[in-house]
Write a protein that binds this ligand. Structure first.
Ligand SMILES: *Cc1c(COP(=O)(O)O)cnc(C)c1O
Length: 501
C-alpha cells in the first residue's frame, strides 16, 4: 500500500497512487514497506533479460497488478523497435573499475524513456482497475527531455490525451523539432511565450483551478501529470540499477554480493532515488554519488544538511539538471527518518515559506552512510567530454560528463576505489553542439543542428540515433503558441478540437 510522505492520506493501492500522481496533502506517495530480495533471489535474475528482470521487480511494488498485467505492460514498453539496443539499458565497461550504464537507447534518446515508456501502460491499467469513467488529460510543462519522452510514451494510448507546454525560446533546436513533429491522434504541443518557470507555473495554476477542474469533469475529463513525482515514473527506474549489477556479474566483472558504487547526474532526485530503493531492496550498493552542475543545491544539502533554494539560478550545458527544487528528495527524507511524517511536513513547509530548511544531525549521519555529493561547472564538463573521447574514443553528453567528473573527484578525495557505475542519461547526439565543440575545439554557434549531427557521426564513427536522423524530414504538425496567461484557454481549445475528432 502507498502512503503520503506528509501523513495526510490513508493507505491506497499502487493503481490509485499512479492515477493520482500527488497526494491530497501535497506529499508524495511512498510504499508502506520496501520489498526485499534475498541474495538467492537476486541470483535467479542473472540469466533473465531486461524484461524478465523488470517483471520480478515491478511485481514486488505493484501488489494490486496481476503478473499478467505487469508482463503485458513490460512487453509493450521495452520493445526492440523502440529501443535500439537488444539489452534495453546496456552496460559498457571502460576499465575494470569504471562501467557506464547507457540509459538513452529509447525512442527519444534520453533516460526519461526508461520510465515514460512504461508509465502509460501502468496508468491505462490503473484506469480500468479503479473503475475510472473519465478520460485522462495529461498536462506537462517541459524544459526539453520530459515533454518529448511523455509524448512518445502516451501517443495513441486509449482514454488518455496529452498536452505539452514548452518554453518557446527555452529548449534546444533538436528538442523543439522533436516535439513539434510529434505524431499521434491524442497529442498537442504548445509553445509558451516565456521561460520554463512560466510554463511550469501555468500548468500548476490549471491543476489548482477549481472552476476549470469542475468544467473538465462535466466534459468527462480528469487532469493528471506525468512528472517525476508520480510513483509510476519512479518504480521503472529501480529496474536498471539491478540490471546493471546483474549484467556485470553475468560478464564476470564483479562477484555476486560485491558492492558497487553508482554516480548519478541529478536534477529532481528521481533517478538517484530509484538507486536508493534498489539498495533498500537488497542490491549490494556501496555509495550513491549525487552529481550536480553549478545549481549545486543538492551538493550543499548532502554535505551540510542545509537545503537552501534561495540562490542564483544558472543556465548550464546540462540543462536537465538546472533545478533548484528537487521534488523527490522528499521521499528520501521520509525513508531515511523511518517515516517521520511530521518532520518531513515541517521541512517542506519551511522550504515553501522561507526557501530553506536544515535536517537534524542524526538524519545527516544516515544520509552520509549512503550518499556522497559533488558538483561540476561547465568548463570541467566540457573538458571531461574531450578527455573521455581522446582517452577511450567514447562519446558522452554533458549530463554524463558531470557524473563522470564527480565520480573521479569522489574517488580521488575519498580513496574509495570500489567499482563504479556511471549512470549515463542522454545520447551525446542530443547535445551535439556541446559535444562536438568539446571534442573538436571548434566554435559552432551558427551551424545547423543536422550538419552537426552528421559531423559528430562522421568524426566519431557512431551512428546518429534513428529518431534524430529522421527529424529533418518530418513535417511540422504543431504550430500553436500562446502567452503565458493564456494556457487555460489553450487547454480548452485543444480539448474542443479533440472532441470534434
Ligand atoms: C531528467 C534528466 C536528468 C535528471 O534526472 P532526475 O531524475 O531529475 O534527477 C539528468 N540527465 C538528463 C539527460 C535528463 O533528461
Amino acid at each position: 500500500m502507498y502512503l503520503s510522505t506528509r501523513g495526510g492520506s490513508k493507505p491506497i493501492s499502487a493503481a490509485t497512487a499512479i492515477k493520482a500522481g500527488i497526494a491530497g496533502d501535497g506529499g508524495l506517495f511512498v510504499p508502506d514497506q520496501i520489498p526485499k530480495l534475498s541474495a538467492a533471489e537476486i541470483e535467479t535474475l542473472i540469466p533473465l533479460d531486461y524484461q524478465g528482470r523488470a517483471v520480478t521487480i515491478l511485481e514486488r511494488f505493484l501488489a494490486d497488478y496481476s503478473r499478467r498485467e505487469i508482463e503485458d505492460a513490460v512487453r509493450a514498453a521495452y520493445t526492440n523497435d523502440k529501443f535500439d539496443d537488444p539489452g534495453v539499458a546496456p552496460v559498457v565497461s571502460i576499465s575494470d573499475e569504471i562501467h557506464v550504464l547507457e540509459l538513452w537507447h529509447g525512442p527519444t534518446s534520453a533516460f526519461k524513456d526508461m520510465a515514460l515508456q512504461l508509465l502509460p501502460q501502468l496508468l491505462s491499467q490503473a484506469l480500468v482497475k479503479t473503475g475510472e469513467t473519465r478520460d485522462i488529460v495529461i498536462l506537462v510543462a517541459t524544459s526539453g527531455d520530459t515533454g518529448k519522452a511523455a509524448l512518445e510514451g502516451f501517443k495513441d494510448v486509449p482514454k488518455i490525451k496529452i498536452i505539452v507546454f514548452f518554453p518557446d525560446q527555452g529548449v534546444s533546436e533538436i528538442q523543439r523539432l522533436q516535439m513539434i513533429t510529434q505524431e499521434g491522434q491524442n497529442v498537442a504541443v504548445v509553445g509558451v511565450k516565456g521561460n520554463f518557470d512560466d510554463a511550469q507555473t501555468g500548468v500548476k495554476k490549471i491543476f489548482n483551478d477549481g472552476e476549470m477542474i469542475a468544467e473538465l469533469d462535466k466534459q468527462g475529463y480528469k487532469l493528471s501529470s506525468a512528472n517525476s513525482i508520480n510513483w509510476g515514473r519512479l518504480v521503472p527506474q529501480i529496474i536498471y540499477y539491478f540490471s546493471a549489477y546483474l549484467d556485470l556479474v553475468k560478464l564476470g566483472r564483479i562477484d555476486l554480493g560485491q558492492p558497487l558504487n553508482y554516480v548519478v547526474p541529478t536534477g529532481n532526485f528521481g533517478n538517484i532515488l530509484a538507486g536508493y530503493y534498489a539498495k533498500l531492496m537488497g542490491l549490494p550498493v556501496g555509495k550513491l554519488i549525487c552529481a550536480s552542475n553549478s545549481n549545486n543545491v543538492l551538493t550543499e544539502f548532502l554535505t551540510t544538511g542545509k537545503y537552501d533554494r534561495v540562490r542564483p539560478f544558472h543556465q548550464t550545458l546540462s540543462p536537465s539538471m538546472d533545478i533548484l527544487i528537487s521534488s523527490n528528495l522528499e521521499r528520501l527524507l521520509y525513508h531515511i527518518t523511518d517515516g517521520d511524517k511530521l518532520a518531513v511536513k515541517q521541512w517542506m513547509e519551511q522550504l515553501q515559506t522561507s526557501g530553506s530548511y536544515r535536517v537534524d544531525p542524526e538524519t545527516m549521519r544516515k544520509l552520509k552512510e549512503t550518499f556522497a555529493a559533488k558538483w561540476v561547472d561547465d568548463r570541467q564538463t566540457k573538458n571531461k567530454i574531450g578527455e573521455i573521447y581522446s582517452k577511450y574514443k567514447y562519446l558522452i553528453d554533458p549530463h554524463t560528463a558531470v557524473a563522470w567528473q564527480a565520480a573521479d573527484q569522489y574517488r580521488q578525495e575519498s580513496g574509495d576505489t570500489m567499482p563504479i557505475v556511471i549512470v549515463s542519461t542522454a545520447s551525446p547526439f542530443k547535445f551535439n553542439e556541446s559535444v562536438l565543440s568539446a571534442i573538436s575545439g571548434e566554435n559552432l554557434d551558427s551551424k545547423s543542428e543536422f550538419l552537426m549531427l552528421d559531423k559528430l557521426s562522421r568524426r566519431s564513427g557512431w551512428p546518429v540515433p534513428k529518431n534524430l536522423a529522421q527529424l529533418e524530414a518530418k513535417p511540422v504538425l504543431h504550430r500553436m503558441k500562446c502567452e503565458k496567461e493564456e494556457m487555460t484557454v489553450a487547454v480548452k481549445q485543444i480539448l474542443n478540437y479533440f472532441a470534434k475528432g
